[in-house]
Design a protein around this ligand. Structure first.
Ligand code: UD1
Ligand code: MG
Length: 454
């Protein structure tokens, strides 16, 4: 029978090995806090309740995590005690409890569902424990199973005999507890063990004594990877990046050198996108079909529309909206600017707080001077306008449709549609000046060397 589900996510531990002022579960992976990866996956199961069990740095978690209820464990007396601390918040709730760890972020929705289904298909099943076959079982709790594969007990490494330590089937720590017995069983935990902690794992024997069976659902060690140190955080990041690369390629993007492309949790690449080597996608990026992102570009919070080309060495910052078929070249930075279809910004340019109309051409070295040290101002460039190289557009300023700005201009006033705006000094030509200048200087130099020679 299908039960309602409450998730209890444990995050009260100190996370001492991170050596950080930031709570361990808030450290980002792919630009998103670790615990949010877990909570987002959890949402795919639509649980009725989500309790985040907090202890150290509780305020940081209350601030950073929405859409959960909080329960506090003021003293960390073990995983069993942690779940006990969540029970008052769940008073009156009659469904099952899914216990998860906030520092184990990659457990999949399929795995969670398999745990729920295992319990739902066997009315006698009181507990489902998530296990894995460890390459190096180390100090993990060991799953002691019967011949029929059911779980007899979990023994913590510290309490295990030599033969139990030989078992490679390990406890991930995550389990599903039959809701109607949770209060009763958790109340029976004690701390008579090598660590002096209330072990959640003791529930297996407690449930069995009460006439219920315990089952094991197995998954891979990678999926159950936990993060306790900066080195493990880096490993988790690598796992995330590899998955993101695979997913982008599976969805029809070409990554020329996948290991050198870095994604955020929400990066979206369309079909037939080509990403050259050494590209970084910060959060909030959407790249539409047929776009090419050339080598060494950094793209964050930007939208790049169909068929556009960006880079090499381009920087797109938040709210850069690059129109269909537009071309953004090397050493170009674009921030909070909307570029219409076919715009070209090919070299050495800063565009900020601007709108640029269709097919405008922005010459090399153009700068929108959007900031006076106090406030930001808008630059508007019309469709088909041509901005000559090395122009400074001092915002607020408007360049009309089809207008031309002469190279090297400092533009402080609006330029009308189809007009030429030019603000540099008029060029003069002085006949013979260069030749006589050289003669004079040459003579000066010779006079000096003669003196030295004497
Ligand atoms: C636990 C399991 C062990 C399993 C291992 C997997 C028990 C008794 N042992 O080990 O069988 O192989 O996980 O990693 O359950 N936490 C709290 N409050 C506490 C204690 C822990 O919130 O009082 C949280 C931690 O923040 C962490 C999680 O529970 O997210 C696991 O705690 P940890 O100390 O790493 O687990 P172990 O006891 O070592
Ligand atoms: Mg412990």
């Amino acid at each position: 029978m299908k039960q309602e589900l409450a998730a209890v996510v444990l995050a009260a531990g100190q996370g001492t090995r991170m050596k950080s002022d930031l709570h361990k579960v808030l450290h980002p992976i792919g630009g998103k806090p670790m615990v949010m990866h877990l909570l987002d996956t959890l949402d795919t199961l639509s649980p009725s309740r989500k309790i985040l069990l907090i202890g150290s740095n509780a305020d940081q978690l209350r601030e950073a995590v929405d859409d959960v209820e909080f329960a506090e464990q003021t003293e960390q007396l073990g995983t069993g005690h942690a779940v006990q601390c969540a029970l008052p918040a769940l008073e009156g709730f009659e469904g099952d409890l899914l216990v998860l760890y906030g520092d184990v972020p990659f457990i999949s929705g399929d795995t969670m569902t398999a745990m729920v289904e295992t319990r739902d298909t066997d009315p006698n099943c009181g507990l489902v424990v998530l296990g894995f076959d460890a390459a190096d079982p180390g100090a993990y709790g060991r799953l002691v199973t019967a011949h029929d594969g059911s779980l007899e007990r979990i023994v913590e490494f510290k309490d295990a005999s030599d033969s139990e330590r030989d078992i490679t089937l390990c406890n991930s720590g995550m389990m599903l507890i039959a809701g109607e017995h949770a209060n009763k069983w958790l109340a029976l935990l004690d701390n008579n063990n090598a660590a002096g902690e209330y072990y959640l794992t003791d529930l297996v024997e407690i449930a069995r004594k009460d006439g219920f069976s315990a089952a094991v659902v197995q998954t891979t060690e990678t999926e159950l990877m936990g993060v306790n140190s900066r080195a493990e955080l880096a490993t988790a990041e690598t796992v995330f990046q590899n998955n993101a690369r695979e997913a982008a390629m599976a969805a029809g993007a070409t990554l020329v050198a996948p290991q050198t492309v870095f994604f955020s949790h929400d990066t979206k690449l369309g079909r037939d996108v080509t990403v050259e080597p050494n590209v970084v996608f910060g959060p909030g990026t959407v790249v539409e079909n047929g776009v090419t992102i050339k080598a060494f570009s950094h793209v964050e919070g930007a939208t790049v529309r169909i068929g556009a080309s960006v880079g090499p060495f381009a920087r797109l910052r938040p709210a850069a909206d690059i129109g269909q078929g537009a071309k953004i070249g090397n050493f170009v930075e674009i921030k909070k600017a909307t570029l219409a279809e076919g715009v070209k910004v090919s070299h050495l340019t800063y565009i900020g707080d601007a709108t640029i109309g269709a097919h405008a051409n922005i010459g090399a070295g153009t700068i929108t001077c959007n900031y006076d040290g106090f406030l930001k101002y808008q630059t508007q460039i019309g469709a088909g306008a041509f901005i000559g190289s090395n122009s400074a557009l001092v915002a607020p300023v408007k360049i009309g449709d089809g207008a031309i700005v002469g190279a090297g201009s400092v533009v402080t006033k609006d330029v009308d549609a189809d007009a030429l705006g030019v603000s540099r000094a008029r060029q003069r030509s002085i006949a013979g000046y260069a030749a006589s200048f050289r003669e004079e200087k040459q003579a000066e130099k010779e006079a000096k060397t003669d003196k030295k020679g004497k």
